[in-house]
Every structure is written in C-alpha cells, then in structure tokens.
Design a binder for this molecule. Structure first.
Ligand SMILES: O=CC(=O)O
Length: 313
C-alpha cells in the first residue's frame, strides 16, 4: 500500500501520522498549493483523506481530488465532511465511534462535577494560598440532580449510565423515543430543560441540532440550571449562553466545545460557575491510540476491498 497517496491534515495525532507513514505515501494538506488546483499531479495521486475535528473534508477539497476514494476521520463527529458531495462522488467515509465513548462520557461527568463542586476554583484557591487565611466557600451537590440528556446515542447512553450511579434521575430528548432505555422521553427540548437541573448536550451536529440550545431552552433551564456541552459548539447559541451566564439567568456551564474554536468568549473567563476545556473530550492516550488504529484499519480494509469497520457513507 506504500504507493497509495493519503492526504493528511497537519498537525494530526503523532502516533496516527507515524503509523500511517509506515503504510502509505503521506501528502500534507499544508504542502498543497491550493484546493482550487484540480488535476495537478499531487492531487491526482491522492486516494484517501485522513482528517479530524479541526480540519474536515469540505466540498472544495473533495472536488479537487479526482482520484479520491475514501475520507477517514479521526473523530466520531463528521460534521466537517461534506457527506452529500462524498455520496455524489462515490467516496466512502468512516469515523471512530465506540472507542471514544467512555472518555467523552467521563469528560461530561467530570465537567458537571467541576461546575457543581467548583473543583477548578478550589484548586486555584489552594495554589494561591487563600486556604491559609480562610476555608473555601460551600459548593453545590451534584449527586441526585435531575439530568436531562440531549441525544441518547452511544455517548448520551454512556453518560446516562454514569450519572445513574450518582443517583440522578435521567430524562432525555432525541429525534425518536428510545423506550428500551427506561428513561423519561421529552419530544420537546424546552420541556426537557424545564424539568431538569443539568442539561447535557451529547447529540451529533446536524442542520436540525444547530443551536438546539437557544434562549428559550436556556431560560427554561433557569438560574439554577447548568449546561454541559461535550458535543459541538454550534449546538448552543453561544451569544445567548454568554448573555445568560453574565446576566445570572443560568446557573453555570461546563464547556468542552465552542462555536469558533479555539476562540472562547472572554466574558466567560472571569466566571467561577463556568468550567472550560479545550475540546479534549476524547483526548487520552488510550483512546487516541484506539481511534488511530481504527482510522488505519478502515483504510486498510478499503484498499484490500474488505468491508469497512465503521462506515458513515
Ligand atoms: O469531538 C470529537 C469527535 O468528534 O471525535
């Protein structure tokens, strides 16, 4: 397979790049003169694209690669890939589900605990020497809080399993009811928000879920409510979220994702009821290696004409 041209976005996870380079002829996106140049020699040698959450495969890129057969993303989300264009061009698409479910669900619970128990604030309190003068403020209990999950797919279900162990009553909103889950279903997200204390966003980003958490949803959750987002930034109307947090209309937020990453609204930096992380939900060595192995296994399966392990298209 050494002669197969694989375009990678750069920088990509080091282990993935190293393993890919043992098997394929790597071409770096940053080395291409421009996506617009169609049918030049480099573009014509590329049969696969490996991308990630930062750099996907947009219409322009796909159109510039006449020999493209497969796009394999180092992520579970594929919102940065033009799926319609891939279908039209008969280009296969794979992602990395399952292997990252545990870590993303762990992150959601970690953010919720950090917001309610002010773990980051208390860490700074100790480091800054304030404990020598006074005890830390009381915080709020997370165990037993009513949790509403937006999207009861693999990750949403893993979050539900975890928060159930914290004694949290669970309800959810999704396109269709999953009666086998045993959790209370709300067909309307505003009703879910009105009936929970913690709203955790865990669905895929699509046209339908863009800004699914809007001002109405935030107001339904209310001044004691907390939003956790481990999905995608554009799930939440960030302007409204910032307003609600700064005006005290929302109790707190734990955010791993943002609308214009890596830009994070500065207004959030001074808020003690907000915990911010840099889109690292799945970023552990164990999970990233498993994701990388899956990207490679999908490419190898494709080029050996075997069934793809985790096909999207
Ligand atoms: O955000 C992370 C992913 O989609 O894998």
């Amino acid at each position: 397979m050494e002669s197969i041209g694989v375009l990678i976005t750069h920088p990509i996870y080091t282990y993935l790049e190293k393993e890919l380079s043992k098997r394929f002829n790597l071409i770096y996106l940053s080395d291409l003169p421009s996506h617009h140049i169609i049918n030049n020699n480099i573009n014509s040698s590329i049969r696969a694209v490996v991308c990630d959450v930062k750099n996907g495969a947009d219409t322009e890129l796909i159109e510039s690669l006449p020999k493209l057969e497969i796009v394999s993303t180092f992520s579970v989300g594929y919102d940065k890939i033009d799926l319609e264009k891939c279908k039209e061009r008969n280009v296969r698409v794979t992602n990395t589900p399952d292997v990252l479910t545990d870590c993303v669900a762990d992150t959601a619970v970690g953010l919720a605990l950090a917001v309610f128990r002010k773990i980051c604030v208390s860490d700074r309190y100790v480091r800054d020497g304030h404990w020598l003068k006074a005890n830390f403020q009381l915080t709020n209990k997370f165990s037993g809080k009513a949790v509403g999950i937006v999207g009861l797919g693999r990750i949403g279900s893993a979050i539900a399993k975890r928060v159930a162990a914290f004694g949290c009553p669970i309800s959810y909103h999704s396109r269709t009811e999953k009666s086998e889950s045993g959790y209370k279903y709300y067909p309307n997200i505003i009703d879910l928000a009105s009936n929970c204390e913690v709203l955790i966003v865990a669905c895929a980003l699509t046209k339908e879920t863009y800004h699914i958490v809007n001002r109405q949803v935030i107001d339904a959750l209310g001044p004691k409510g907390v939003i956790i987002n481990i999905g995608r930034g554009p799930h939440i109307d960030q302007h409204e979220l910032v307003l609600a947090l700064t005006e005290g209309r929302l109790g707190g937020a734990g955010l791993d994702v943002f609308e214009n990453e890596p830009d994070v609204p500065q207004e959030l930096f001074g808020l003690e009821n907000v915990v911010l992380s840099p889109h690292v939900g799945s970023d552990t060595v164990e999970t990233c290696n498993a994701m990388a192995d899956l990207v490679i296994a999908n490419l190898e399966a494709h080029f050996l004409s075997k069934p793809l392990l985790t096909p999207v298209v």
